[in-house]
Design a binder for this molecule. Structure first.
Ligand SMILES: CC(=O)N[C@@H]1[C@@H](OP(=O)(O)OP(=O)(O)OC[C@H]2O[C@@H](n3ccc(=O)[nH]c3=O)[C@H](O)[C@@H]2O)O[C@H](CO)[C@@H](O)[C@@H]1O
Length: 380
């Protein structure tokens, strides 16, 4: 991906499914701004998961790195820091954009820091208040805040948290979450093209008139006992209510517990990870969503779907404040109670609390302005 005529080059780094989804609008907005040359680096952290979104957006990575061979997450960060660093040496950008709280985001920020390239942090300032929950994300996000130059906060509370931590206020912009830009873009694509994400259609048809419950579980800090408790709650829900439950798995080994406990239960469908467009079709068709995902909290709120969050705290309290979400932790009885209550009341209705779909444009115009000013100062 390489557009724009001037020498202001920006390298956008992403490697996991949610980062790719949330950075596609940023790549598009930077390219549309016209004054910058945009390059995209795929770190390889999730090798295939985000590919469908990149294809649909027509983004071909300028750098596609191999996922480092790493026995643990610390070694993964070390390997990614080295490989992304080498990509920075080849591309020599004027700024690096990272997103969120992944190993790729931390490694990309550290690689840039060591080369004295300023870092723009997208989705900065979310805080759960507990360094170990979610782990390692909360720690990674805080570490990136310490070395980033621009801090693009998705919510007002996130912007305030950054300022309270001593980040220079002029470099904190409350722009909204780019996941909402991605959502509107993707819904537009789905509505214009019946074939996009159509692989979910047979499952939706099978549900017939029964309400669909969508469940996803993937937080690393969940112990096996937590997974068993969540599975128990979901089984009880399907036993009590005539619902159809779909659980797309996350590519992680702990899924064996979920497969074991849920795989052969009637009206429960444990499926492989879905492409983004199929997943959004499923979300839109769902009556209730049960998830520990960050992006899903934002999307469910924007779509107006009832949501139970499988955590005991969230860095997205707005989802709870708007009445979309309830926190149920890994407590099966609470999960069942809250699920039944949510199925009995009307859906909450869409909210814009996480963004209005213009976040990426705000990010691009701020970067364009600052990079141009810096360039002019250098050449003066
Ligand atoms: C602490 C925390 O919460 N951190 C989050 C974490 O990501 P997450 O928890 O949101 O991750 P997932 O749940 O994997 O992804 C969700 C996305 O994937 C789509 N999806 C889902 C299932 C599927 O079968 N097919 C799909 O396409 C779905 O629509 C959504 O957009 O890291 C991100 C990057 O830094 C952060 O931004 C984000 O805060």
């Amino acid at each position: 991906m390489s557009r724009g005529s001037q020498s202001l080059s920006v390298l956008v780094v992403a490697g996991t499914r949610p980062e790719i989804i949330k950075l596609v609008p940023v790549v598009q907005a930077l390219a549309n701004a016209g004054s910058m040359r945009v390059r995209f680096c795929h770190s390889g952290q999730h090798e295939e998961l985000g590919q469908g979104v990149l294809d649909a957006a027509g983004i071909v990575p300028d750098e596609r790195l191999m996922r480092p061979v790493a026995p643990d997450i610390g070694a993964l960060v070390a390997g990614l820091t080295t490989s992304i660093g080498a990509a920075l040496d080849r591309q020599r950008p004027r700024a690096v954009v990272v997103q969120g709280d992944t190993a790729t985001a931390l490694a990309g920020a550290m690689a840039a820091f060591h080369r004295q390239i300023p870092v723009a942090h997208v989705e900065a300032g979310l805080r759960s208040g507990h360094i170990g929950r979610p782990w390692p994300e909360e720690g990674y996000r805080r570490m990136v805040s310490r070395i980033a130059h621009w801090h693009f906060a998705p919510t007002r509370a996130a912007a305030q948290a950054l300022v309270a931590e001593g980040i220079d206020e002029p470099f904190v912009d409350h722009v909204g979450n780019t996941v909402i830009d991605a959502l509107y873009w993707a819904l537009g694509r789905i509505d214009a093209d019946d074939t996009l994400g159509a692989d979910i259609a047979p499952l939706l048809a099978r549900a017939g008139k029964r309400p669909i419950v969508l469940a996803t579980v993937h937080r690393r800090e969940l112990a096996e006992g937590d997974l068993r408790a969540i599975a128990e709650g979901l089984r009880a829900l399907v036993a009590r209510e005539k619902v159809e439950l779909v659980m797309p798995l996350h590519p992680r080994a702990e899924n064996e517990v979920l497969r074991d406990l849920l795989g052969r239960v009637p009206r429960i469908h444990v499926v492989e990870p879905l492409g983004y467009f199929a997943f959004l079709r499923l979300m839109r068709a769902s009556r209730l969503i049960v998830s520990d995902s960050g992006g899903v909290q934002e999307e469910a709120t924007a779509l107006g779907r009832s949501l139970l969050v499988l955590r005991s705290e969230t860095e997205r309290p707005e989802a709870v404040m708007t009445g979309t979400a309830r926190l149920v932790g890994a407590d099966p009885a609470l999960l069942l109670d809250e699920a039944q209550a949510a199925l009995a009341r009307p859906a909450p209705g869409p909210s814009h609390v996480f963004g209005d779909g213009q976040a990426a444009e705000r990010i691009a115009s701020r970067l364009a302005r600052d990079l141009l000013a810096r360039e002019m100062a250098l050449t003066a």
